[in-house]
Design a protein around this ligand. Structure first.
Ligand SMILES: NC(=O)c1ccc[n+]([C@@H]2O[C@H](COP(=O)([O-])OP(=O)(O)OC[C@H]3O[C@@H](n4cnc5c(N)ncnc54)[C@H](O)[C@@H]3O)[C@@H](O)[C@H]2O)c1
Length: 255
């Protein structure tokens, strides 16, 4: 029971395919009490159903990471539910569909702002609110992708967003390290989820990753959940400011 006695928040559980839900299952099975957040009222009932499917205790709070008022309200509710937090999984990203096809050079100013705000700045917005609740130290984990460091077709504006996210991980790790709060990213291989379905040609990305990665298979949400569990638990107490690849080794290949 690696997370016995610990309480954590998971942002980004949209449905049972969400990477955040795989993380929730892994954390809940290891004894953690969870608070799942959803973006709006519309998703609340479905998120409650997902919370009920977990082996342990889980509550649901609304939090739209693109709005400071929503983040502040959620932080207040979370502080009431759990005076002390031990971990947080940030598994949130968004870009307008029209930005996820064609040439990167056609990215619009508003498309850039939206993608970078929701997918990258939100980690800092979350860290500055939740880290003060981690009074006994803690662990914050976010989800990145190979597009942060390599060109992936149609990933476009999400590439710079993930690059900014990974850089933010390093700066946040330095800010919060002295209070014992660690900050890391998991860089997952491609997984068929709601967010991924917005990327044009995603099936081909899956096929190529399977064919060329050293393990010759696609990444599963459970593999990402288990690696995240490691980063949330004390087993990784010496690890911060890093990106852990969970992609069947695909990132290491030249061709
Ligand atoms: N699926 C993949 O292939 C893959 C690979 C690497 C990294 N990732 C990353 O994993 C994370 C989770 O994505 P997923 O693939 O599980 O898809 P998903 O669609 O299940 O999850 C994305 C989540 O972001 C949430 N979200 C979007 N805008 C929000 C906002 N303004 N406020 C609050 N929540 C908001 C959605 O509600 C959803 O829960 C993302 O950061 C994604 O970039 C995914």
């Amino acid at each position: 029971m690696l997370l016995e006695g610990k309480t954590g928040v998971l942002l980004g559980v949209a449905n049972k395919r969400s990477i955040a839900f795989a993380c929730a299952k892994a954390a809940s099975a290891q004894g953690a009490k969870l608070i799942l957040t959803c973006q709006n009222e519309r998703l609340e009932e479905a998120t409650h159903k997902l919370a009920e499917a977990l082996p342990g205790e889980a509550q649901v709070v609304i939090c739209d990471v693109s709005k400071d008022e929503s983040l502040d309200a959620a932080t207040e509710v979370i502080a009431g539910l759990a005076p002390q937090l031990d971990f947080c999984v940030h598994s949130v990203a968004f870009a307008n569909r029209e930005e996820l096809e064609g040439r990167f050079s056609q990215t619009s100013r508003s498309g850039w702002h939206t993608a970078l705000d929701v997918s990258a700045y939100s980690l800092t917005a979350v860290a500055k609110r939740f880290a003060p609740l981690m009074t006994e130290g803690g662990s914050l984990v976010t989800m990145s992708y190979l597009g942060a460091v390599r060109v992936m077709p149609n990933y476009n504006v999400m590439g710079p967003a993930k690059a900014a996210l990974e850089a933010s991980v390093r700066y946040l790790a330095n800010d919060y390290g002295p209070q014992g709060v660690r900050v890391n990213a998991v860089s997952s291989g491609p997984i068929r989820t709601l967010a991924a379905s917005g990327i044009s040609g995603f099936s081909q990305i899956l096929d190529i990753a399977k064919e060329r990665s050293p393990l010759r298979r696609n990444t599963t949400p459970e593999e990402v959940g288990d690696a995240t569990l490691f980063l949330l638990s004390d087993l990784s107490r010496g690890v911060t400011g890093t990106t852990l690849w969970v992609d069947s080794g695909y990132h290491t290949m030249g061709l």
